[in-house]
Write a protein that binds this ligand. Structure first.
Ligand SMILES: *Cc1c(COP(=O)(O)O)cnc(C)c1O
Length: 357
């Protein structure tokens, strides 16, 4: 039996979208490929609220995260981490020989304006990374608020991880002065894993020109220049299957309406939060709860693996806590095409298994 996915990626993919992956292949150097990539980019600009260029990558989101810090740090990167994915960004810097320092918040707490101000006023850094929606803790940073601080430092390239929230909650790239904003196909966009998408500002372009060792496959300037020179083509052979499905899914997303889609994510979140507060506790600071997944503190000390096994028999799967939070929390994703009714059914099933009253 197929288990319906309530994990924070990969997510359930609609049957018609999945079918688009089976579209007959085309030449990746033809006009058709250019049109396909250009159409995807135009639609992604609406999701990101930007006028800047859109880069596609045949990789998961981690590829573009690694490419961003490597391609655009000329001096030193400041990594603001609120959990496992912020830590990963720091690891990518050190593994690539990119000078970097990590500035951590306690898990469940946000990155603060004070932290950013303290770090940037030293003048040591020319790139920062922020995780907008941290999937390991279920926390969402307030980017509008944080942007008021880093906007005072125009020499800094701002990279933001919106992997688990873009297309599920509002992302205002231009208003928040983000230079590189990254997402993956298998989260709120509702596609199989294998394609990543980011915005790439003119400031990022100019910065990358100053960096010599940008690598090859994840050289973001290389991806950008290929788009300019070859009219929206990719440096190597892209996953055209993902592109067919993404182009189609973006039409569906825009047809639903971004406002409606974000409201549905919040409606899902509110149902999960109310249930979590009744029977457990919410892990992150409640002023910074994610709209796309909820991380629930396991106050009843339930056996999460056993719960998932029993859920599996009924056709559902949720996530255990991430890394050091394993068994201490569990996570319910409510992103992509998930509906309030599906959330209600899932929670009723969990309540039944755990005999919650
Ligand atoms: C899933 C995720 C990633 C990693 O993305 P991949 O597509 O798996 O490489 C990075 N950051 C966050 C916040 C995520 O949820």
């Amino acid at each position: 039996m197929h288990k319906r996915l309530f994990i924070p990626g990969p997510v359930e993919v609609a049957e018609d979208v999945l079918q688009k992956m089976a579209t007959p292949q085309i030449s990746h150097r033809g006009k058709e490929a250019s049109t396909l990539q250009r159409n995807i980019s135009d639609k992604m600009r609406k999701i990101f609220n930007t006028k800047e260029e859109i880069l596609l990558s045949t990789s998961s989101g981690s590829g573009l995260m690694e490419g961003a810090v490597r391609s655009c740090t000329a001096k030193r990167a400041a990594i603001f981490s609120v959990g496992a994915f912020g830590d990963r960004w720091f690891k990518m810097c050190t593994a690539n020989g990119v000078p970097a320092d990590k500035f951590e918040s306690e898990w469940g707490q946000p990155t603060t304006k004070q932290m950013i101000e303290e770090v940037l006023k030293t003048g040591k850094y020319d790139l920062i990374t922020i995780t907008m929606n941290e999937t390991s803790t279920g926390l969402m940073n307030d980017m509008g608020d944080l942007s008021s601080v880093y906007k005072k430092y125009p020499e800094v390239v701002v990279c933001v991880d919106t992997v688990s929230n873009a297309a599920g909650t509002e992302v205002n790239v231009d208003e928040w002065a983000i230079d590189i904003c990254i997402t993956s196909s298998q989260k709120c966009l509702g596609l199989p894993a294998g394609m990543a998408i980011c915005t790439f500002s003119k400031k990022a372009v100019e910065r990358a020109k100053l960096v010599t060792n940008r690598g090859v496959y994840f050289d973001l300037l290389g991806l950008y220049e290929c788009i300019q020179k070859k009219d929206y083509q990719y440096t190597s052979t892209p996953s055209l299957s993902h592109m067919f499905a993404l182009d189609y899914q973006l039409d569906k997303i825009l047809e639903e309406g971004l406002h409606n889609r974000y409201a549905r994510h919040i409606a899902n979140a509110e149902i999960v939060r109310a249930w979590a507060k009744k029977y457990f506790e919410i892990f992150p600071d409640e002023n910074f709860m994610s709209n796309t997944l909820t991380n629930i503190t396991n106050t009843r000390k339930i056996d999460v693996s056993d719960l998932n096994k029993k859920l599996g028999e009924k056709g559902f799967i949720i996530s255990n806590g991430y890394g050091k939070l394993k068994d201490k929390t569990f996570r319910i994703a409510h992103m992509a095409e998930t509906t309030p009714q599906e959330i209600i059914d899932l929670l009723a099933t969990i309540s039944g298994i755990l005999a919650l009253k």
